[in-house]
Design a protein. Structure first.
Length: 258
């Protein structure tokens, strides 16, 4: 096999379920995926395409190469850079309810930096006036319709596939069937590949035929979220509602976050 530039990239979003999509699709015999996030189109672009190619797994002509870096979705330069590499690159965006996503993002940060301010304090510039602080990345990432505009300047919607982070948990086989169709590979991943891990509250992969033991995502996945005041959640839901509606209308899909 040879090292090839990726034909498909999971470009977003952070804490949406991108790791699950990558781990699930890697089971497919026609897909080879880079495990680590290369951050080429946001942090390492000056290293050049040959450096990027050198990171990729070797593939046969019949296989496709996939990489995942969720921060690409919110990086202004990423769409243009990916387009200049290959304008037919397929893009996968994993989205989930932006309020839940923000809480998950905060929970992850809190596990590394226990002394950060409260979720509520970071979310609002003035809570009594309902002024949400969109400069905080955990809030800003959830403005999906806004970020999508820069991608649509370079790629048609037909080249972008949206995965529901919620349905990825409740119906992983159904969501992954659509991903396989989008990538143009056979539907190899089916119900028999998944089982629901009650402890994690998340689907895991069953052992592949003659393969390793059943595979669940790492310890950091399925982490218990910080408890947030219901009023704060309600205010953020109100804030995101018009943005969500615009996103649904743009992509022609209702994710039912309301």
């Amino acid at each position: 096999g040879a090292k090839r530039l990726p034909q498909a990239i999971v470009v977003g979003v952070k804490k949406g379920g991108t790791r699950a999509v990558l781990e699930f699709i890697r089971v497919h015999p026609d897909v080879r995926a880079l495990g680590a996030e290369p951050h080429f189109f946001d942090r390492n672009y000056e290293r050049g395409l040959e450096w990027y190619r050198s990171l990729m797994p070797r593939t046969l002509d019949s296989q496709i190469t996939v990489e995942k870096t969720p921060s690409y979705f919110v990086t202004n330069e990423a769409p243009k850079r990916i387009h200049s590499m290959a304008k037919d690159t397929k893009l996968i965006v994993v989205v989930r309810n932006p309020v839940t996503r923000a809480i998950s993002d905060y929970t992850q940060t809190l596990s590394k930096k226990p002394d950060i301010p409260t979720f509520e304090g970071l979310s609002f510039r003035n809570r009594s006036l309902g002024l949400v602080d969109t400069s905080w990345s955990a809030i800003r990432i959830g403005l999906y319709a806004l970020h999508l505009q820069s991608w649509l300047q370079y790629f048609p919607l037909s080249q972008i596939h949206f995965v529901s982070g919620e349905r990825l948990i409740t119906d992983p086989a159904g969501e992954m069937a659509k991903v396989q169709d989008f990538l143009g590979v056979r539907r190899v991943l089916t119900d028999k590949h998944f089982y629901f891990n009650k402890t994690k509250g998340f689907p895991c992969l069953r052992r592949a035929a003659g393969g390793s033991a059943p595979r669940c995502l790492g310890k950091s996945k399925g982490r218990t979220h910080v408890q947030i005041d219901a009023d704060v959640i309600e205010q953020l839901r109100d804030f995101y509602r018009p943005h969500n509606v615009k996103f649904y209308e743009t992509v022609g899909q209702d994710f039912r976050w309301e």
